[in-house]
Ligand binder design. Sequence first.
Ligand code: BES
Ligand code: ZN
Length: 611
Amino acid sequence: MRIFPLVSLFLVAACQSMNLGSSGASARDVHSLADPHAVRVTHASLDLELDFDAREVRGTVELSFERSSSSAPLLLDTQGLTIEAVTDVDGEPRAFALGPEVAHLGRRLTIDLKRDDARVRVRYHTAPSSEAILWLDPEQTAGGKHPFLFTQGQSILTRSWIPLQDSPGVRITYDARIRCPERLTALMSAERLGRDRDGAWRFRLDRPIPAYLIALACGELVFQGISPRCGVWAEPSVIGTAALELEDTERMIVAAEELFGAYRWGRFDVLVLPPSFPYGGMENPTLTFATPTILAGDKSLVSLVAHELAHSWSGNLVTNATWSDFWLNEGFTDYFENRIMEAVYGTERALTERVLAIDALAQEMSELEPFQQILHTPLDGRHPDDGFTSIPYTKGALLLWRLEEVVGRAKWDAFLRGYFDRHAFASITTADFLDDLRRELFDGSREFADRVDLALWTAQPGLPDDAPRPASRSLAIVDEQVAALASGIEPTALDSTGWTTQQWLRFLRALPADVSLESMASLDAAFGFTRSGNSEILCEWLGLAIRRGYSTTDARLEEFLRTVGRGKFLRPLYAALVAVDPARARRLYAGNRARYHAAVTSGLDELVGEE
Ligand code: BES
Ligand code: ZN
């Protein structure tokens, strides 16, 4: 028999010495059906085949685990998986059962363990509708010849392609062997170990990560280096453009390291995906996934790379223990992203981006329920993605800007560097962060503590009055021109020389909601918005065009909705369509839905409704 009190004492001590954090790791995660406190998975070894014809991933995962109870079964999260067999590593069967479907969470897989089991092997296959995976037809790729696949795990989708403990409080290492059609390249969020004799791609990640960071992509992909530790992957016809646009990435890594300490993941590569990728970017370790809609041709949208890079500290190194603590990932990253932008591109660019984000927060806040405005978001009974608003991002970052303002940048930066060290490879809660802050930054003194009401900031709706309100010169210039336009000058007479993307965004957002069709036509003639190759500017313009009934953009809009699957763009465009012409919205959506990822359709189904 195992001596459980001793084992758990040892585990606690080991966790602390390995810096796995005790409190965060023991926080209850309402979005997982596993019980890591009894049996905790520590490593996953995948052996999978990607069947593009059947749209099925099949194979085995071998899970290693630590046990603090000899009688407790191993509980895993699954969604839409067919479990074919469970055995020990010698192939001896273990009893298993799939529980009932739980709203948002999938089905619990219960595996009965023998006394000495430390590993089990699960043979399974995915459903064609697996929510993590998007299977693309060749025509959805730039090359048009080969199919493509990518996964998106955050927040709770990894369970739809791997049975595991899908909680951000459970960190595992992993290795993988992936078989796919000969011509295609498989990539994962891990170190690449090349192809084995059978042509399978091999990977290994020896730093522990939460399940939502396990990621896979497969398609016709090529690589171009930027620096010895950093480069870009993309389809052959995109690689040149992508590598040029992202050529400052190594400079960003250097800037980030100077701010907050060594980059701990080996390589930092960016995979530029086909446009149906549902997010701007996803911080998969060693291999950020990015939308091609950031390739504007002038590096004006590369703050997204700074953002995903920043997650290598805030999010991947120090992780939210539960999805209610999501702001610890995104608020820190939003703050950190802006510090990288400031270091690489200067104060004005960084300020401009902050001001635009704060404006967007104010706008969104007016549409959110009070509970949705709380940083430590209540999510019981809800899907974690319900918390995906600008609150964790911009309100979260504003708290950190406020703390910096109060203690001064030197002291604040020293605290942050220490914070990433103290909690490296740990999952922590909002309460852990506040404890750390009081202990390490405030030093038990009231001097600073009295100047920031942490309970107000983290547990109440609204934006506290002490939220910093930065101003930007370059946006003030735009406001002057918008005022001139309102007082009757011709669009052609506007002084927009040298305006940046951020200035144009301010301009479009500041136009009066009742701007006339004639004004829109002359703005379009003067500035070519409908032809814009900048996705942010185009999306803003298309939204305005829908609201004003400016039909010149119709073909461009339909092409955009057919090719781009990024939720940030689709949500406002479909919302605008629903408001003016719900039947058209439903028709367009029905035609495009199969090309969008589940992370986006789950929200759009509700917004647009079925045809
Ligand atoms: N990790 C997020 C994306 C995400 C969040 C996926 C929640 C699933 C659930 C990523 O780092 C992110 O924040 N992406 C932003 C870009 C950013 C510059 C704000 C996006 O995709 O818009
Ligand atoms: Zn992020």
